[in-house]
Design a protein around this ligand. Sequence first.
Ligand code: GLN
Length: 300
Amino acid sequence: RDRLNQLDLLQLERWAESVQGKKLSGKILERLPSDPQEATVAVASLDDHHLAWGTTGATFPLMSVVKPFLLLYLLETLGAEVVFQKVGMQPSDRPYNSVVELEIDQGWPRNPMINSGAICLASLLPGESATARCEAFRQWLNQVSGAQLVLDQQVLAQVNAHPNWQNRGITHLLNLAGHFEHPQLVLDSYNQICCLRTTVTDLAALGLVLAGKNPQIGPKHRQLVNGIMLTCGLYEDSAQMMAQIGLPMKSGVSGAMVAIIPQAGAIAVYSPLLDETGNSVWSLALLEEISQSLELSILG
Ligand code: GLN
């Protein structure tokens, strides 16, 4: 915690600039229009030490970064037993939107950090409509973190206009396997929560909840979420990044990424250029630099 509290803006800027060149090796996913050159990072400690560097005003939809917070919300509202009847906590070596494991595992989603697991969990959201479900979840997130997430109607319209057969296929298989009824409602709920829009400063505030900032959220559920992020949060690259960075992390296709430093703080990064796995290239490079320099890995 001390190492995080002593971090200054100059050092953060040096690291940010030193990893800039690494952006070139990634590939851009065309689905969300954004400036691939944008790069911003926010660091927040449990002792209220806050730093932000880059295009800090940039806003972006959470996309898959919402998944650990969906898991936390459902653990807090429904309990672990209900949640883990729907989804496993086992890493997957398939892409985030793969249907393969649903076919070979009789519709059992491996974990809540990939689309199948998160779509399955979206079926548990309380509320009559997708809008009511997303709104209740949004208000809860803002209440526990102090963030000001808003629903991005424009991105939601783009998501809804895109056929996304992959997610439809996942939803269909989960429905066939008997996980839920009303597949369209479930998919709409999932799509809406992915379109909650934020900044790195607010994403770091959300991360602080998982680091232990809010006494309302006990250690039991935080440990579950952080453990699943550590082993599954970066899809097929989770194991490698656990070794190289050693922090619970979650990425999204918008280029957002959050890293949790349990009992100490959180780091939120945004940069739209993605690698083949769907993880932000610059965000990963920067998190590796920060974690190694400050020796933040929770693995020793
Ligand atoms: N909404 C996106 C999708 O379901 C989220 C995926 C992601 O961010 N990796 O395809």
